[in-house]
Structure formats: structure tokens, C-alpha cells
Ligand binder design. Structure first.
Ligand code: 9G3
Length: 571
């Protein structure tokens, strides 16, 4: 490809509305252009990387035995009414009517569509297992699309769906996808971790997220220093470790804490550590008030609490409810004398003589003790794990914290959709059985963006070769000089003939300008053809990742590029 005849609208200045580096660089490198909030044009360079990721995904899905098909983006509302999700989702599901006033939605995911297809076509156990996938545009009307392709409204997803005769077979399908995902992200050159994750509203029994490690990641994940346990903080288990405090229970004591409401203020005022306090939170679970107790230095994990309660709606109670439930304004709530169901985090179970609110303004209680002063109806793991917590799986490890970008998510779905939509098969005895499902997603654009979050420097993108838009760029310093032109064309022809994807920068621009563009768009290998070095039969070969520059005879440079590309693409 010749740069002068291609379409790579790079820009020098950083766009003001781009908050994360991948968004900034994809705009500056001429990879994407916004059409509307969360809706993007994939320009030629961006599309080439997108297609690279898609092809790696496609190869590994096929290798795992999945079969590609393509479902429509437009989905009839009837299917979503059958699954019960038409009412479940709000404005995020973009709905519209056709000319006959029939209701449709733009597909945010395709469980209903694929289950409808399979229930019509699969009748016998002989047709199972089957794993069907597509690579296709999705639409989710995010309330705040941002970060470019990282959180778009229209985005390309690979979504796969597995169908099995029973749970055991479904586990096998799940493991095949899990391994395929590992190969996919390894081949994309990403540093990632698979973490245990919450299944959220999708239902099903368990799931794993594939997280690209990057400081700008929206998700918090933990991993064990000693074993391979890793989990999204939403799901990470906190093991009750604190050896129970064997101190004697001291007499309960009221203490004036004028206008001291926060844990920090009360701990400071009483000169105790936050871990000697118990915070009392009032929440509404499906509009029923409940009281939750946590050690002062711990935070509530609302997903764990929601899963524990099995409620649909969980929210912090307003000041009015706090006043009604505790008899005191917010900031002085405590468990003693409360007439509402109390749920306490496991860490509270081992505490003695702790401080809590006294359920009256400007008053706290010291030396509060379980059983003597109040009882909790449930003790459960409802807190966020913290750095240094013991690993819930192995004896020796502790938890480290990372930020991650979710690029893949695999779910064991069970029979949630097959039951609701009657997707069944006849087993060997002719008995009708429910199909077991799994679903598996990868955000294609998000994978490219996450790759850039993980691979960039002050000069721009540093693409891993397997998903770079081109493998090599030839920066010809002056195509008007015949030796430079002839040599550049020759190198271009030799590399292209060897299957190397090469971009020849033949523009009539100053060297510095060309170098800046080459660094910005992140092409992994660069050959510089200039008259001075050419006079000695040499060209410069630069490795974008290491920054290493070598002065080599032309033929050697060509060989080195061919070898480097061959190496990088070997699976
Ligand atoms: C919706 C809307 C947004 C959604 C969903 C449905 C997320 C929804 C979860 C999934 C689960 C898996 C197959 C590929 C992998 C992920 N956001 N999810 O179901 F109507 Cl508006 O999509 N689906």
C-alpha cells in the first residue's frame, strides 16, 4: 500500500473529549472517527486491526469446533417477551417499530435469537453438542458512552452459544471456549487474566471474565500471590481470617460524639482504628429496609449482598428511612435496639468491644458486643476484598489488586433460555430433555483499544505484530531521488511478494514528519531509506517496540523483516 494513495488522516493535537490514551491515539492515528455518541466510523487503519482480531477469533473458534453463522441485528420483540427480557431491560435496549407498527429491537446480544433457531432445528441428542457463533454489530444504548471503542453504543462482538445434552457436557463446552479464549488473547499479544466473575442479570451459574491488565481499566480484579485464583472484586471471596478477639466483653458505654458521623471522624475523635468500629448501613432491598454491618475499614459489596438476598432492587436508604429505622439522623446508626433484620459481614463475627452508632444524634456506643447487646440474623461474606486479604482458595497466598479491561466474558447459562423458550431434544430413550447452554462474548473493538492501552508510549501506539494494521512501513526519505525511489520500490516489492503487509510512505514530506507518523500509527517494523546510508548500500531498520535501530545492507534488512514477521505470526 502506498501512503500517498491511502487514507490515514493522522492529527497532531490530542482531542479534548478523549479521556483515555487508546481513544486519543485511535483518533490521532486516523483509525476511527466519531459519527455520534458511542457510534464510530472504522477508518482503513482501524478496520485492518479490527479484521486482524476478528480473524484470530475466527481461527480459534473454528479450531474449538464452533461453527460460524450470522444472525440479524434487528430482532422481533416476541422472542424477548418469551424470555421475559422485554420488560427486564430499560432504555439500554433500543426499541423501534416498523411500518406495520410491529415492535423490534436492535440486538444487544443474541440469546433469544439463537435459542429460537436451535429450538426449531435441533430435535435429537445426536445433533448435540453444537456451538454456533457470529461476529456482528451490537447496539446497547449506554447512558454514558465514552472512551472511544472501549464503551461504544454500537460495537462489534463475537458472540458464541453452546448447546449440550446436560450440565456435564455443558462444562466441557465451557472449558473448550475458556481455552480458546486464552489462545485468542495470547495470539493478540495481550497480557491478560481470566477471573471468576459475577453472572449478573444474564443468569446462569458461573462465569469468567478475560481482563486485559491496564491502569485505565474500569474493573478491579484480585489475584493470589501463591495459587492461580483470580476474581473480579465484584465476586472475589473474602475468607474470615481475623482470629476471633478473645478479650473480655467490657461494659457498654455511651460516648458523646458531637457531629462526628463518618468512620474517619469517629475513629479520629475516639482515637481508635477504623477496624475497631462497625459501620451500620441502612438499605432498601425490594423497598424493604435492612441493616448491614461491616467492619469500619471494609466496604459493602452490593453484588454479593444482592445475590445473598435474591432481591431485584437494592439501594442505600435515604436519610428519611434511616431516621425512621434508627430513630437518629444519618451517621449515628447502630445495631443495638434496632428492630430490622441485621446482616453482618463475616469479619464482624470475630470482633469484641467495638464502637457503633448509638441510634441517637451525636452519640456512639463503645464496647458493643455480639449476643449480649444485639444479634445478627445472618453472617455472610458481603464485603469487597482488600489488598493483602488471605486467598480464599489456598492456605498461603494473599490477594493482589489490579485494574482490568474486560475484553471477553464466558458464561455457563444452564437452562435459563432453553426452559423459557422450550428448546428441548429427544434423548436416546425418546424422552424430551431441556438443552443446557453456554454463551461466550468478545468485544472486538474493545480488544483493539485495550491492546493500545497496554502498548503505547509518548510517541504513539506500539502494535503487537499480530494485530498491527501493517507489519512494516518503509519511510522513503525522498522519493524524488532516484536511488531512494528505486531501492524503496524494490524493498516494497520483495516484502509484499513474501506476504509481508507493507506500507510505503512515498509522500513528499520531511523525514521528521514521516517518522512521527510511523511512530504514531504504531507499525511494528520500520525501514528507513535515505540517500546517505544508501550510498553505502545500507538502510535503517527500527523495531517500534524496543526502539532498537540497526544499519544493515538492504538484503539483510529485507530478510530480517521477513523472519520477524514469520516468527510473530507462527501460532
Ligand atoms: C440487553 C441489553 C444489554 C445487555 C444484555 C441484554 C449485557 C445482556 C449480558 C450478555 C451476556 C452474553 C452473549 C455474548 C456474551 C455476553 N448487556 N448482557 O444480556 F437487552 Cl440492552 O450479553 N451474551
Amino acid at each position: 500500500m502506498r501512503y500517498s494513495q491511502y487514507f490515514i488522516p493522522t492529527v497532531k493535537e490530542t482531542p479534548s473529549d478523549a479521556e483515555v490514551i487508546s481513544h486519543q491515539l485511535m483518533l490521532r492515528a486516523g483509525m476511527i472517527r466519531k459519527l455520534a455518541a458511542g457510534v464510530y466510523n472504522y477508518l482503513p487503519l482501524g478496520l485492518r486491526s479490527i479484521r486482524k482480531v476478528e480473524n484470530i477469533v475466527r481461527e480459534e473458534m473454528n479450531r474449538a469446533g464452533a461453527i460460524e453463522l450470522l444472525m440479524p441485528t434487528v430482532q422481533p420483540s416476541e422472542l424477548w417477551q418469551e424470555s421475559g427480557r422485554w420488560e427486564q431491560y430499560g432504555k439500554e435496549l433500543l426499541r423501534f417499530k416498523d411500518r406495520k407498527d410491529t415492535e423490534f429491537c436492535l440486538g444487544p446480544t443474541h440469546e433469544e435469537v439463537i435459542t429460537d433457531l436451535v429450538r426449531r432445528e435441533v430435535k435429537s441428542y445426536r445433533q448435540l453438542p453444537i456451538n454456533l457463533y457470529q461476529i456482528q454489530g451490537k447496539f446497547r444504548d449506554e447512558i454514558r458512552p465514552r472512551f472511544g471503542l472501549m464503551r461504544g453504543r454500537e460495537f462489534i462482538m463475537k458472540d458464541a452459544y453452546s448447546f449440550d445434552v446436560d450440565e456435564k457436557a455443558a462444562d466441557t463446552s465451557y472449558d473448550k471456549m475458556y481455552q480458546a479464549y486464552r489462545r485468542i488473547f495470547e495470539r493478540c499479544g495481550l497480557r491478560f487474566r481470566a477471573v471468576e466473575a459475577d453472572t449478573g442479570s444474564i443468569g446462569g451459574s458461573y462465569s469468567h471474565e478475560f481482563m486485559v491488565l491496564a491502569e485505565s481499566g474500569e474493573d478491579a480484579i484480585v489475584s493470589c500471590t501463591a495459587c492461580d485464583y483470580a476474581a473480579n472484586v465484584e465476586k472475589a471471596e473474602a475468607r474470615q481470617t481475623g482470629a476471633a478477639d478473645h478479650a473480655e466483653a467490657r461494659p457498654l458505654e455511651k460516648v458523646a460524639t458531637p457531629d462526628k458521623k463518618s468512620i474517619e471522624d469517629v475513629a479520629g475523635f475516639l482515637d481508635v482504628h477504623a477496624s475497631a468500629l462497625v459501620k451500620t448501613l441502612v438499605l432498601l432491598a425490594d423497598n424493604e429496609p435492612i441493616v448491614v454491618l461491616l467492619r469500619g475499614d471494609h466496604e459493602l459489596n452490593e453484588i454479593k449482598l444482592k445475590n445473598l438476598l435474591g432481591c431485584d432492587l437494592l439501594e442505600m436508604a435515604g436519610d428519611d428511612v434511616v431516621l425512621k429505622v434508627t430513630g437518629a439522623p444519618t451517621g449515628f446508626a447502630g445495631p443495638v435496639g434496632i428492630g430490622v433484620k441485621i446482616i453482618a459481614d463475616l469479619a464482624v463475627q470475630g470482633m469484641k468491644n467495638f464502637v457503633t452508632g448509638a441510634n441517637s444524634k451525636d452519640l456512639h456506643l463503645k464496647n458493643v458486643n455480639l449476643e449480649r447487646d444485639f444479634t445478627a440474623s445472618v453472617f455472610a461474606d458481603i464485603r469487597n476484598v482488600v489488598l493483602g486479604d488471605s486467598c480464599p482458595r489456598c492456605a498461603g497466598g494473599t490477594l493482589e489488586m489490579w485494574r482490568g479491561i474486560e475484553v471477553g466474558h464466558v458464561f455457563k447459562l444452564g437452562t435459563k433460555y432453553s426452559k423459557a423458550m422450550k428448546a428441548t431434544y429427544l434423548d436416546a430413550d425418546g424422552k424430551e430433555q431441556i438443552i443446557f447452554m453456554g454463551c461466550y462474548g468478545i468485544g472486538i473493538g474493545r480488544t483493539v483499544a485495550a491492546c493500545i492501552e497496554q502498548n503505547h508510549d509518548e510517541n504513539g501506539i506500539i502494535f503487537p505484530l499480530p494485530i498491527a494494521p501493517f507489519h512494516c512501513i518503509i519511510s522513503a526519505l525522498n522519493m524524488k531521488e532516484e536511488p531512494v525511489r528505486d531501492c524503496s520500490e524494490a524493498i516494497y516489492a520483495q516484502l509484499a511478494a513474501a506476504g509481508v503487509e507493507v506500507l510505503l510512505d512515498d509522500r513528499d514530506e520531511r523525514p521528521g514528519f514521516k517518522f512521527k507518523d510511523a511512530d504514531l500509527i504504531g507499525i511494528p517494523l520500520r525501514i528507513v531509506v535515505g540517500a546517505k546510508n544508501l550510498a553505502e548500500g545500507k538502510v535503517e531498520l527500527k523495531d517500534r517496540k524496543t526502539g532498537g535501530v540497526e544499519l544493515l545492507p538492504v538484503a539483510d534488512a529485507v530478510e530480517k523483516v521477513k523472519t520477524a514477521v514469520g516468527e510473530a505470526l507462527k501460532q
